[in-house]
Write a protein that binds this ligand. Sequence first.
Ligand code: SF4
Length: 522
Amino acid sequence: MLPNFFASVVELIAETSTNLPPDVRVAMASALAAEEPATRAGQALSIIAQNIDQAESCDGPICQDTGMPTFEVNVPVGANQIWMRRQIREAVAEATRQGKLRPNSVDSITGENSGNNLGPGTPIVHFDQWDEPHIEIKLILKGGGCENTNAQYALPAELDHLGRADRTLEGVRKCILHAVWKAQGKGCSPGAVGVCVGGDRTSGYLHAKAQLFRTLDDVNPDGRLATLEAEIMDEANRLAIGPMGFSGKTSLIGCKIGALNRLPASFFVSIAYDCWAFRRLGVHLDAATGSIASWLYRDAGKPVVPMLAPDVVAAGFPRTGREVMLQAPITEGQVRALKVGDVVLISGRMFTGRDAVHTHLMKHEPPVDLNGGVLYHCGPVVAKGAGGPGGQGAGAAEDEWRILAAGPTTSIREEPYQADIIKRYGIRVVIGKGGMGPRTLAGLKDSGAVYLNAIGGAAQFYARCIERVTGVSLMEFGTPEAMWHLDVKDFPAIVTMDSHGNSLHRDVEQASGTVLASLTRT
Ligand code: SF4
């Protein structure tokens, strides 16, 4: 068998998780250049740029959600696909053990996390044979926040703000714009969309995701689709949803459209949304040894171009002097003084809690005192022992937890529970990303609490704001879902829902909806 195949796949996974490809870096650099530094969008992109550089320099995951590993493998005739699949699965388990992947494979019936990213359906590995003499493996790591913003339309359809979408390319255009508008900042915009026109429901989604393997700067060989891609890039960015849905100049960094034949009765438009943490790489392997012969999407001989100068990265969060400093536990008076748009820097104690914790807290008392507390929607990548990013965990004992990556997760999933939990346990600050709905907004007003939007995907940046892990509860839910007790320092986030009934998310959605309506063609 191929002696270096396993090591090559582990390296591919590690590089994909930690080192954003050059075309995505270029797109994000121009998004950063387009924004004024002191705006919300400018600050968000600055944090993202720092995060990209930090991940590359410490070989840490760019985002804590390392997503669903999806491998597309082309092999020469005669290759042993059964053996390769086993090796790929073992490589995924090894990369998880090394902290390059977060354990993300959860039993859908019991909720149990397998702990190694292996289970029915995970990872996804597709094989094809081809006429080339070498093996090609492409990998994409697409996280849950952006996966949840995927959309599929069956035409004809009636769409908010855009009216009827017919079975035409004009109807396709409306569907794509509608999907970008619906996603707002929830998929960690600015994002990219892969689109399939046609196919059936299953093949449509597969082909849409396959478009994400195209580079952002390629030109569609089909002139009709090339024109549509260019139109979407222009019009979607006119929506001004902006980074994280904060409003801004860049909402989309790529639009790639493919087409499949369809049944006469069906006309699906399938859209795969990927976030700015657009992690995809590939390799060509020697078919005799499994060694990496060359990389796809990047020139391994060229050094990585940093997003920012080293002194800018070292300086950390770009302050304007208007930031509000908060030390947890936090009082109702401090919270009521905050309003939408304020940038806060939080220090002190913070607890993580996501889906399993929220469900648990609806029926059980919390394992810690949450009164005046800060609840962070986050499922971190964790490990034991010294050597966390940016010095975090330096000198830690072998059995001491440290955080390898800790960005926010999508908050809207907790909408059914959040207001009750805030009220019941006296929580003052909820941190997440993408915003929450009217029930939570009313709860913030009623109880005197705020929602802060942290920068989605900035897992390395936020890991460096965590000074120490002081404990952990509810470990039976698995490491991403457990409640981690953290000591943080100057953790930056933006008030996007305040205790006076204001919501930046609602405002941006309405404003972008008005622009969307203006893009209707007669
Ligand atoms: S950047 Fe955002 S959407 Fe993308 S994987 Fe990370 S948390 Fe999910």
